[in-house]
Design a protein around this ligand. Structure first.
Ligand code: NAI
Length: 476
C-alpha cells in the first residue's frame, strides 16, 4: 500500500482515540449500520481532501464500511493529527509492519509543495486509474482537477506572473509536472468523477462561481448548507474550538480582554459567543447590515477595525474574505495582541505584507505560534501563520458536532454516486428530509425527547406528521 504519514507507530494511540470518537459520532455509526448490507458505495473510488483528524478517521472508515475504495489528504498544511493519519493507514485489521487501512498522504507541518504533492498522490490510484468521487473541504482537489483539465484542453499550463501568490505558482508547477507524467490525465479524471461533496463555505463559494461561469465539470452537493452542517459545525463547532486554539497556543486569560471578531456569519456568531462566555468584551466588524444588526441585537459593539485596532487584545477573522487584517493594522496593535484566523484560507490576514514590514523580526515561540517584533520593539502574536487556528493550534471541532457534518457528507456521497442521473452538472443541497434525519440521529445521545405532531396539528400547519417540518425558505 502506498501512503505517506509522519509516524506509523502512533497508530495505537490514534486507534484508542478513534474508539472514543465513534461513541460520540452516533450519526456516522447509525449510517454504518443502516447501509451494512446494501453497500451503496461499492465501486466508488473516493478521493478525500479534508483535515486528517480523529473525526475524519471515523468518516473514512464509514465510507469504507459502505463499500468505497478511499484515498485521503488533509486540506490544510497544519491540520493533520499524525496519530489519526497513522491509525487510518494501519487500519482496523493491519499492523504497523503490515498496514491494511486506507492510503493517507498527510502530516502536520507540510510545506506547500508537499501539500500539493499529497493532493496529486491521492488523486491517482496505483493501477493508473483515477477517482470517480471527490469529497472536498475548501475545494483544492476540485480546483486541481478543473485547472488541469482546462490547461490540457488549452494545450499548455500558463506561466505564473511575478505578482501571483506563491501557492498559485506551486499549483501551476504541480500541474505542469503531472501533465508531463501522464498527458490527458486531468481530462480523464474530470470525466470519470461523478460528483463532489463540498464541506465548507469557502469551497461552496468556489463551486457556485464555477457553475455561474459554466466551467463546472461535474455535479456537486453543497454539504455546508445543510442546516445540520453550517448551523452546527460552523457555529457550535467554532464556539468550542476557537477557545481551544487560543488556549493551547497562548493560554492567555480571556476574561476582561477586548476581542475583535471580524465577520458575524455562522462562524463569527460561534466565536463571539465563546469569547463573551469567557468574559471578554467582544467587538464585531461586519459589512452586511443584517449580520451587523444581529450582532448589535446580541449585545455586541459593532465597529470598523480601524477604530478599535489599537485597543483590542485578541483578533479573530471569520469572514472567508481576503485582506481583513492588513500589515498596517498589525503595526498599530497593542504589544502582544493575538492575531488569528478561523476562516478557511490564510489570505484573511496579510502575512506576506507583515513579513515585508521594514525591520520586522519573526520569533518562533513554538510551532504554529510566532511573535512578530516590529522595529519599535513592540510585538504581536500570530497563530498558525494566519491559517485556521482551531485546527493549526488545536484539534478542530469535537466529534459530536462533526458527526452531524460527516453524516451529511456520507449521505451526499451516496446520493451522487448511486443516483448520478438525478444530478445533472450543477450545485445542489440535500433535501430537507435528509437534513432532519441527520438531526434525528443525534437526539438520543443528548437525551432529547421530541414531541410528536398529531395528525390534526400536522394538517393545521400544513406538514406531514413525519416531516419535513419547515418550508425551504425557513432560515432556522
Ligand atoms: P458566512 O458567510 O456565514 O460568514 C462570513 C461573514 O463575514 C459574513 O456575514 C460576511 O458579511 C462577513 N464579511 C465578509 N467580508 C467582511 C469584511 N471585510 N469585514 C467584516 N466582515 C466581513 O460564512 P461562515 O460559514 O461563517 O464561514 C466563514 C469562514 O470560515 C469560511 O472561510 C468557511 O469556509 C470557514 N469555516 C471554518 C471552520 C473552521 O473550523 N475553522 C468551520 C466552518 C467554516
Amino acid at each position: 500500500m502506498d501512503y505517506k504519514v509522519a509516524d506509523l507507530s502512533l497508530a495505537d494511540f490514534g486507534r484508542r482515540e478513534i474508539r472514543l470518537a465513534e461513541h460520540e459520532m452516533p450519526g456516522l455509526m447509525a449510517t454504518r449500520k443502516e447501509y451494512a448490507d446494501s453497500q451503496p458505495l461499492r465501486g466508488a473510488k473516493i478521493m478525500g481532501s479534508l483535515h486528517m483528524t480523529i473525526q475524519t478517521a471515523v468518516l473514512i472508515e464509514t465510507l469504507v464500511d459502505l463499500g468505497a475504495d478511499v484515498r485521503w489528504v488533509s486540506c490544510n498544511i497544519f491540520s493533520t493529527q499524525d496519530h489519526a493519519a497513522a491509525a487510518v493507514v494501519v487500519g482496523r485489521d493491519g499492523t504497523v509492519e503490515d498496514p491494511k487501512g486506507v492510503p493517507v498522504f498527510a502530516w502536520k507541518g507540510e510545506t506547500l509543495e508537499e501539500y500539493w504533492w499529497c493532493t496529486d498522490q491521492a488523486l491517482r490510484w496505483p493501477d493508473g486509474s483515477f477517482p470517480n468521487m471527490i469529497l472536498d473541504d475548501g475545494g483544492d482537489a476540485t480546483l486541481l482537477v478543473h485547472k488541469g483539465a482546462e490547461y490540457e484542453a488549452a494545450g499548455a499550463v500558463p506561466s505564473a506572473s511575478e505578482d501571483d501568490p506563491e501557492e498559485w505558482k506551486i499549483i501551476l508547477d504541480t500541474l505542469r509536472r503531472t501533465i508531463a507524467d501522464a498527458p490527458g490525465r486531468w481530462t480523464e479524471t474530470a470525466a470519470s468523477v461523478k460528483g463532489v461533496t463540498e464541506e465548507t463555505t469557502t469551497g461552496v463559494h468556489r463551486l457556485y462561481e464555477m457553475a455561474k461561469a459554466g466551467t463546472l465539470k461535474f455535479p456537486a452537493i453543497n454539504v455546508n448548507d445543510s442546516v445540520t452542517k453550517s448551523k452546527f459545525d460552523n457555529k457550535y463547532g467554532c464556539r468550542h474550538s476557537v477557545l481551544d486554539g487560543l488556549n493551547r497556543a497562548t493560554d492567555v486569560l480571556i476574561g476582561g480582554k477586548v476581542a475583535v471578531i471580524c465577520g458575524y456569519g455562522d462562524v463569527g456568531k460561534g466565536c463571539a459567543e465563546a469569547l463573551k462566555g469567557q468574559g471578554a468584551r467582544v467587538i464585531v466588524t461586519e459589512i452586511d447590515p443584517i449580520c451587523a444588526l444581529q450582532a448589535a441585537m446580541d449585545g455586541f459593539q459593532v465597529a470598523v477595525l480601524e477604530d478599535v485596532v489599537g485597543i483590542a487584545d485578541i483578533f479573530v477573522t471569520t469572514t472567508g474574505n481576503k485582506d481583513i487584517i492588513r500589515a498596517d493594522h498589525m503595526a498599530q496593535m497593542k504589544h502582544q495582541a493575538i492575531v488569528s484566523n478561523i476562516g478557511h484560507f490564510d489570505n484573511e490576514i496579510d502575512m506576506a505584507g507583515l513579513a515585508r514590514t521594514p525591520g520586522i523580526e519573526k520569533i518562533e515561540i513554538k510551532p504554529q505560534v510566532h511573535e512578530w517584533r516590529f522595529a519599535d520593539g513592540h510585538s504581536i502574536i500570530v497563530l498558525a501563520e494566519g491559517r485556521l487556528m482551531n485546527l493549526g493550534c488545536a484539534t478542530g471541532h469535537p466529534s459530536f458536532v462533526m458527526s452531524n457534518s460527516f453524516t451529511n457528507q456520507v449521505i451526499a456521497q451516496i446520493e451522487l454516486f448511486a443516483k448520478t442521473e438525478e444530478y445533472p452538472v450543477g450545485v445542489y443541497v440535500l433535501p430537507k428530509h435528509l437534513d432532519e434525519k441527520v438531526a434525528r440521529l443525534h437526539l438520543d445521545a443528548l437525551g432529547v425527547k421530541l414531541t410528536t405532531l398529531s395528525k390534526e396539528q400536522a394538517d393545521y400547519i400544513g406538514v406531514d406528521v413525519e416531516g419535513p417540518y419547515k418550508p425551504e425558505h425557513y432560515r432556522y
